[in-house]
Design a protein around this ligand. Structure first.
Ligand code: ZN
Ligand code: ZN
Ligand code: ZN
Length: 394
């Protein structure tokens, strides 16, 4: 169900969430699980729409094999929890706990009640993959007979395929990030520190509609060869490249784009040297070729291999030091990973980055990254900024 919001962007409505919950419960029962125990994070948002604070106090969605799911929350969060659509629709009950209660005993009681077969001990539960160890150990103490497994065993195949509303949110996020790249590329860069530009990127991501900016890599000069460079006090100069890799979340869904700039200060003598242009041409072809290969049933590792073969054939194989891409959705990095050894066949609706890079330590590097959705007939590229080297005045 698509609901219009103030910003006119799609949102995931209560009906869709209720469907996800009943599907998850069905898969849980099929897997012989008595309950799914979902802590704060992307799985909780996926199943309930609840973007809870990650607190030391336990917040947990309990999806039992039988009966209504419960959202166990600290009393002070109950008002926020009651406002979410699946609670208003009475699909999920809110169960608050007080400061002196034992929330783990509370969860164990809900699991036991929902396990059916009155009186038999709880045999198996799945916990969300990112649940903190402190919560897992307490839950194991409260459910001593239960076998614990990871929720991804149940939810991975659900979350990995995006529905049309999710794709539209990813597209809106991508377009917003595209506008930020264009704004930065057209703005002043020379004489500013990376940190200063990085702060501008974050501000722009939010003003373009992101809920939050998650990262803003501004890697100038020799730092462009360090893929996850933390913006530093280095001052940007004419005659050098900048790798700009930025993203955040919009409506809960991630953006993640990389473009490589070369700043000239307006003097053609400060343009990119022949080696850089040759390297960039190889990268450009590798990224394009990998993107062209996206279609249903192609193994994820094939996309990586296509990019890697082109880069290796040109003699830069040693300088392509990371996988070609990662899935994206409610999390910045999630399944499917485009990496050797991952045979997962692509399916329509899978969303991921395609981001080969070439890094010559001590000199410079470059990366090109788009978010791509696997369509029925081929790739749907969400980012629209040119993939050519952005030679700018700066
Ligand atoms: Zn990265
Ligand atoms: Zn990125
Ligand atoms: Zn990425």
């Amino acid at each position: 169900m698509t609901q219009a919001t103030g910003a006119g962007r799609p949102s995931i409505g209560a009906g869709r969430l209720a469907h996800r919950l009943s599907r998850a419960r069905h898969l849980a029962v099929e897997a012989g699980l008595d309950a799914l125990l979902v802590g704060v994070g992307a799985d909780l948002v996926y199943l309930s729409g609840y973007r809870a604070l990650p607190l030391e106090r336990l917040t947990m969605l309990v999806v039992p094999a039988h009966g209504r799911p419960s959202l166990v929350v600290p009393r002070l969060e109950a008002m926020a929890a009651r406002a979410i659509p699946v609670v208003e629709a009475e699909t999920v009950a809110v169960v608050p706990w007080d400061e002196t209660d034992d929330p783990f005993a509370l969860v164990a009681g809900l699991v036991e009640r929902g396990a059916g077969d009155g009186g038999r001990p709880v045999a198996a539960v799945a916990v969300s993959d990112r649940l903190w160890a402190t919560f897992v150990l307490h839950l194991q103490g409260a459910l001593p007979a239960a076998r614990f497994s990871l929720l991804s065993g149940v939810l991975r195949d659900e979350r990995i395929v995006k529905d049309p509303d999710e794709v539209e949110l990813l597209r809106a996020a991508a377009r917003a990030a595209d506008r930020v790249v264009e704004g930065i590329a057209h703005g002043r860069l020379i004489g500013r520190t990376e940190v200063d530009v990085s702060r501008e990127v974050r501000d722009r991501l939010v003003s373009e509609g992101h809920d939050e900016a998650s990262f803003a890599i501004v890697a100038s000069g020799a730092w462009s060869a360090s893929p996850h460079h933390q913006a530093s006090d280095r001052v940007i100069r004419a005659g050098e490249p900048i790798v700009l890799d930025i993203g955040g979340s919009l409506g809960g869904y991630g953006s993640d784009i990389t473009r490589t700039l070369w700043v000239t200060g307006g003097d053609p003598a400060n343009g990119p040297d022949a080696d850089f242009l040759a390297m960039y041409a190889v990268l450009r072809e590798a990224q394009a070729a990998a993107t062209r290969e996206v279609r249903p049933d192609v193994p994820a590792e094939h996309i990586d291999a296509v990019a890697r073969e082109i880069i290796s054939a040109a003699g830069y194989g040693h300088a392509f030091i990371h996988r070609t891409g990662h899935g994206i959705g409610l999390e910045e990095h999630e399944d499917p990973y485009l990496v050797a050894g991952n045979p997962t066949p692509l399916r329509p609706g899978m969303a991921f980055s395609i981001e080969p890079g070439i890094y010559l330590e001590g000199r410079y590097g470059a990366r090109i990254e788009d978010i791509v959705v696997c369509g029925e007939d081929g790739p749907i590229v969400l980012d629209t900024v040119t993939r050519d080297l952005l030679v700018v005045h700066g």
